[in-house]
Design a protein around this ligand. Structure first.
Ligand code: FES
Length: 125
């Protein structure tokens, strides 16, 4: 029989600003909540690589390489429409919107349902 889920109040909305995050303990779980382009995303603080505290890593735009018509690299750039979190243990990156590692789709974070009401942010565990 699957475990029952429960909705839990986390915090006021302004605790997770645009482009930011909040990492909180809720019961036995540690959850990272992120806001990007106005939407909330939440994941368990467990890296798909070796279980590191991924939600506490650096947030950076996706890095892309500019290739010219001749196939030569023209350096790197940031794709600001995509925000990544970098695990502090070994550097695995995950897209905040999908929870997926961009180079290994099978490596993904464990998503937590998150919603926002007039009084703040809730997650369902
Ligand atoms: S545990 Fe996260 S990159 Fe290794």
């Amino acid at each position: 029989m699957p475990a029952a889920t429960q909705k839990a109040y986390v915090c006021a909305s302004d605790r997770v600003p645009e482009g930011g995050r909040l990492v909180v303990d809720i019961g036995d779980a540690t959850i990272g909540i992120f806001r990007f382009e106005g939407n909330l995303y939440a994941y368990h603080n467990i890296c798909a690589h070796q279980g590191g505290p991924v939600c506490q890593g650096t947030l950076i735009p996706r890095v892309t390489e500019k290739i010219d018509a001749g196939g030569e690299s023209q350096g790197f750039d940031f794709d600001r429409s995509s925000l990544h979190i970098v695990c502090p243990w070994h550097g695995f990156e995950y897209d905040i919107k999908t929870g997926e590692h961009p180079g290994r789709r099978a490596a993904r974070l464990i998503r937590v349902p998150v919603e926002e009401n007039h009084d703040g942010i809730y997650v369902t565990l």
